[in-house]
Design a protein around this ligand. Structure first.
Ligand code: WQD
Length: 340
């Protein structure tokens, strides 16, 4: 059983490839290396002792994708490949729609003609916008996301729902909250390109002296300490949820098509200042910061209701915020030790 993992050398993709290999799946990775690096492939092999097949090309190259399906008995796909920088997506909307949607559609064309099912989509809590009620559950009415990035995720979900209905296929939409951390081996982790957009990689680089200080984008929100609240979930727990979601689809005998939707979070909210303090406590380092104006498009609060995944996937996040942040620092020390 070969599973196609697009973006499989990326942050969440690489951690999921490790869990798939550890669970006996054959893995075929397609990654254009635009947001990842080849050494991650070698480190996946070191962690698992197994060698996934790897093709370095852009999924918009339809003819190359067809050759992969011709060469391997693909039984399912986990689709991570997408541009994901919220701010950049506002400056390059057409590139984001083209990349994130054309690559998805190219895979679905192959699934359609070859009668393949079991498609897992990397979605995001951003599809909820600022939800009215916490914790957020999967039935929460979706709002049009603020960012083009978020819109591509919501459109991707709609495309997949129509695909599942029209062709009676099985799909699972996994809505990530805020994945953080690195593999316990410290051989794979998040590789931000340029100045990190996200909080935890920026904190990591500030602790390492790569960044002078952390800018905290606003402390005048309607929260206890004035900084926004998110649901930070350990990346290996997110990866394990993908294997559980895939196994559920593959074991589902339904002939009528399946549309699973799950939140991947911890069910607990943490503020920006709480994350900073937890990182300092976990790693015995100090994070210099300054309070700045709000970042456009940020919402005040988002954390998940995770009952559905726990009940239907028998999965829940088991790693604390501090433990997740400890793995981040180990990963940064590994990166420092490599002579790139
Ligand atoms: C978290 C909080 C910032 C950086 C986005 C996408 C989501 C997913 C994860 C891709 C916010 C604050 C951040 C900094 C700060 N994307 N912050 N200083 O915006 O919740 O989610 O990234 O997988 O789909 O929407 O994550 O880490 O960018 O921000 O104060 O230097 O940290 O204002 O409150 P976000 P984030």
């Amino acid at each position: 059983m070969a599973i196609l993992v697009t973006g499989g050398l990326g942050y969440i993709g690489s951690h999921t490839v490790v869990e798939l290999l550890n669970n006996g799946f054959e893995v075929v990775i397609v990654d254009d290396l635009s947001h990842s690096e080849k050494f991650i492939l070698k480190n996946i092999e070191e962690i698992t002792g197994k060698k996934p097949v790897f093709y370095p090309f852009d999924l918009k190259r339809k003819e190359l994708l067809t050759q992969v399906f011709d060469a391997h008995p693909i039984d399912g796909c986990i689709n991570f490949a997408a541009y994901k920088a919220v701010g950049e997506s506002q400056e390059r909307p057409v590139d984001y729609y083209e990349n994130n949607l054309f690559s998805l559609i190219n895979i679905l064309q192959e699934f359609k003609t070859r009668n393949i099912s079991n498609f897992i989509f990397s979605s995001s809590c951003t599809v909820y916008g600022q939800a009215d009620k916490m914790p957020i559950d999967e039935d929460t009415p979706l709002k049009m996301p603020e960012s083009v990035y978020g819109k591509t995720k919501q459109m991707g979900e709609e495309i997949l729902k129509d695909f599942a209905k029209a062709h009676k296929r099985k799909i699972s939409l996994l809505r990530y909250f805020n994945p953080i951390g690195a593999h316990p081996s410290a051989k794979i982790g998040e590789l931000p390109i340029g100045v990190p957009n996200n909080l935890v990689p920026y904190v990591m680089q500030t602790a390492a002296g790569v960044r002078e200080k952390l800018n905290i984008w606003g402390n005048d929100y309607d929260t206890e300490d004035g900084t926004p609240i998110r649901d930070y979930i350990y990346v290996v727990d997110v990866a394990k949820a993908h294997v559980a979601a895939l196994q559920k689809l593959m074991n589902d005998p339904s002939e009528e098509g399946v549309i699973d939707i799950y939140n991947l979070g911890t069910g607990k909210g943490s503020s920006v200042l709480e994350v900073v303090k937890a990182f300092e406590a976990a790693n015995n380092v100090e994070i210099p910061y300054q309070i700045c104006n709000r970042r456009e498009g940020d919402i005040t609060i988002a954390y998940a209701n995770v009952d559905k995944a726990q009940k239907e996937l028998n999965w829940k996040s088991e790693t604390s915020l501090e433990e997740s942040l400890r793995t981040v620092w180990e990963w940064q020390k590994y990166l420092n030790s490599r002579n790139f």
